[in-house]
Design a protein around this ligand. Structure first.
Ligand SMILES: CC(C)(COP(=O)(O)OP(=O)(O)OC[C@H]1O[C@@H](n2cnc3c(N)ncnc32)[C@H](O)[C@@H]1OP(=O)(O)O)[C@@H](O)C(=O)NCCC(=O)NCCS
Length: 139
């Protein structure tokens, strides 16, 4: 999947946050630490450094949601992280993003921290980020 495709899906998925540009995705995917799980309507982007893996972003096109693609991309991300020697995974999610939080909790993530006023939405509103993590040696 090209950086342009990633930017297109990301912009369609994250309507209340600044979209990441194709150049930003190209910079990320150029890194040897960064890996991608993708299908035409969804993707998960991860980064694994010294056993610690971060889910950088997860997105499904609005018209393709509720069909299991988000969970499938998340599981592909876990598999790829394990193959790279990942021992744990963490991610940041807006505290108002109840759909994503439900998905992460159902995949074994637990909240480990909170960053108040972390995200600035396109409306100017500030929203806290929750940090979730899980070990990678179990599904
Ligand atoms: C979060 C996101 C990736 C989920 O993608 P998806 O392809 O719809 O996910 P799935 O179909 O695999 O659903 C996974 C789970 O999400 C939850 N979910 C999905 N749609 C939901 C809805 N409309 N209402 C409530 N929960 C929902 C459910 O827990 C679901 O599991 P279930 O089907 O077993 O009940 C998608 O909503 C998205 O792109 N959102 C915008 C970007 C975003 O918030 N990314 C994560 C930021 S950290």
């Amino acid at each position: 999947m090209s950086p342009e495709d990633l930017a297109r899906i990301h912009a369609a998925a994250f309507t209340d946050q600044r979209p990441w540009s194709a150049a930003e995705f190209a910079d990320l995917t150029d890194s040897a630490h960064v890996f991608l799980a993708a299908c035409p309507q969804a993707f998960a982007l991860g980064r694994c450094i010294a056993g610690e893996t971060e889910l950088l972003t997860l997105a499904t096109l609005p018209e393709a949601r509720g069909q299991g693609l988000g969970r499938k991309m998340l599981r592909c991300y876990h598999d790829a992280a394990l193959q790279r020697g990942g021992e744990s995974s963490f991610l940041e999610v807006a505290e108002t993003n109840h759909i994503a939080i439900r998905l992460y909790e159902s995949e074994g993530y637990t909240q480990t921290a909170k960053r108040p006023n972390y995200y600035r939405l396109t409306t100017g509103q500030r929203v806290g980020a929750l940090i979730f993590s899980r070990p990678l040696n179990r599904q």
